[in-house]
Design a protein around this ligand. Structure first.
Ligand code: NAD
Ligand code: AKB
Length: 313
C-alpha cells in the first residue's frame, strides 16, 4: 500500500484545526502537513509539520505538493457567506481559483484523493425550505453560495473528465469550541455559547424564529473521514453530498442554554445576515449520503449544548 501524505490547506480555520488533528491520528503526525495563510493555530503547534502557504499561488502550492510527496489534499481555505457579501469579488476569486489550482495540481500529480467542502449555502430562496433534497431547484442568492455551487460542478467535471477522485460534503452551519468560526451566517450558534458563559446574555443578529441546518463539529469531522474512506464505487454523487445534523432557531438554542445557565437572556437585533439566512433551507434531507456511505449523525441540540458548555467551561 502506498504511504499517504496529506496536505490540509486552511488548517488554522474552524474546521481545519480539528480535521488536521483527526487526520494526524489516522495517518501519523508527520504525514499530515498543515498549511495556512495565517499563522499556525496554537492547538496545532508541536503536533506535526506546518507550512505557510497561499492557495492562490499555484506555483508555490505545486512546489510544496512535489517537495512533500503529497498524495491527498484537503482544501478548506475559503471566504464564508457573511464576509463574502461584504467583498463579493474576493470571495469569488479565492473560492474559485483556489479550488481550480488544487484540482489542476491533483490532475497533474495524480493525487489519490482531494476533499473540498461545499455548503448548504448552495440552496437559495426557490429551494424547498424543509428537508431540502439532494437534487432540487438550486438558485443561490449569495456570492458564497454561487461559488460553492460552481465549485461542485468543477469537482464533478474533474472527476468525470480526468478521473480526479475529489469528494465533497455540503456542510450545515458548524458548531465547535476549539477554534473560532470565520465569518459565516451561522456563527451566532457558536458566539451564543461564549457570551452565555462570559456575559450571561447574548444579542443575536438573526430573528428568534430563524431555523437553519446545523451540525456539531465531531459529527462533521466523522462525516468527512467516513466519506473519504468510502469505496469510490459506492459514491453516486460527485458534486457534493447533503448531510444533516440538527435544525434549530435562536429561540430554541437559547431555551436549551437556559437549562444549564438559568440566568441567561437573549435579545434579537437582526442585521444583513438575516437576508442570507432567509435564503437558505431550514432543514436538509441527507438520505443519499445515508444510503451511499452509511452517514448518520450522533449529536442533537441537547447533547451538543451540554458538551459545548462542559468544554468551554
Ligand atoms: P475558516 O474561515 O474558519 O478557515 C479558513 C482558513 O483558510 C483560515 O484559517 C484562513 O486563514 C485560510 N485561508 C484564507 N485564505 C487563504 C489562502 N489564500 N491560502 C491559504 N489559506 C487561506 O473557515 P471554516 O469554517 O474552517 O471553513 C472551511 C471550509 O468549510 C470552507 O470551504 C467553508 O466554506 C466550508 N464550510 C464551513 C462551514 C462552517 O460552518 N464552518 C459550513 C459549510 C461549509
Ligand atoms: C456560513 O454561515 O457561511 C457557513 C456555511 C453554512 O456555509 N457556516
Amino acid at each position: 500500500m502506498t504511504k499517504e501524505k496529506v496536505l490540509v490547506i486552511g488548517a488554522s480555520g474552524q474546521i481545519g484545526v480539528e480535521l488536521t488533528l483527526a487526520l494526524r491520528k489516522i495517518y501519523g503526525n508527520s504525514n499530515v502537513v498543515a498549511s495556512d495563510l495565517r499563522e499556525e493555530n496554537e492547538l496545532l503547534r508541536g503536533s506535526g509539520p506546518y507550512v505557510s502557504l497561499d492557495v492562490m499561488n499555484k506555483e508555490m502550492l505545486h512546489v510544496q505538493v512535489i517537495r512533500q510527496n503529497i498524495t491527498q489534499i484537503y482544501l478548506l481555505a475559503a471566504i464564508l457567506s457573511a464576509t463574502g457579501e461584504k467583498n463579493p469579488n474576493l470571495a469569488w476569486h479565492l473560492n474559485m481559483q483556489g479550488l481550480l489550482n488544487v484540482l489542476d495540481i491533483a490532475r497533474e500529480e495524480k493525487l489519490h484523493k482531494v476533499y473540498w467542502p461545499s455548503s448548504i449555502a448552495v440552496f437559495g430562496p426557490t429551494s424547498p425550505k424543509k428537508d431540502c433534497p439532494q437534487r432540487t431547484i438550486i438558485e443561490p442568492s449569495t456570492v458564497y453560495g454561487i461559488s460553492k455551487y460552481a465549485g461542485e460542478f468543477w469537482c464533478n467535471y474533474f472527476f468525470g473528465r480526468y478521473g480526479v477522485d475529489v469528494r465533497s460534503i455540503r456542510y450545515p452551519g458548524l458548531i465547535s469550541y476549539k477554534s473560532a468560526p470565520g465569518g459565516g451566517t451561522t456563527d451566532y450558534a457558536v458566539e451564543i455559547f461564549h457570551e452565555a458563559l462570559e456575559e450571561g446574555k447574548y444579542s443575536c443578529f438573526l430573528r428568534e424564529d430563524t431555523y437553519l441546518p446545523m451540525m456539531y463539529m465531531p459529527d462533521a469531522i466523522r462525516a468527512t473521514i467516513e466519506l473519504m474512506e468510502a469505496p469510490s464505487d459506492k459514491l453516486t454523487v460527485r458534486t457534493s453530498y447533503n448531510v444533516a445534523g440538527m435544525s434549530f432557531s435562536p429561540k430554541e438554542i437559547a431555551v436549551e442554554i437556559k437549562q444549564h445557565i438559568p440566568k441567561f437572556t437573549i435579545d434579537y437585533k437582526p442585521d444583513y445576515r438575516q437576508q442570507i439566512a432567509n435564503s437558505w433551507p431550514e432543514s436538509i434531507d441527507d438520505s443519499v449520503a445515508r444510503t451511499d456511505w452509511g452517514w448518520k449523525p450522533e449529536y442533537d441540540l441537547s447533547l451538543m449544548t451540554k458538551d459545548m458548555l462542559e468544554n468551554l467551561r
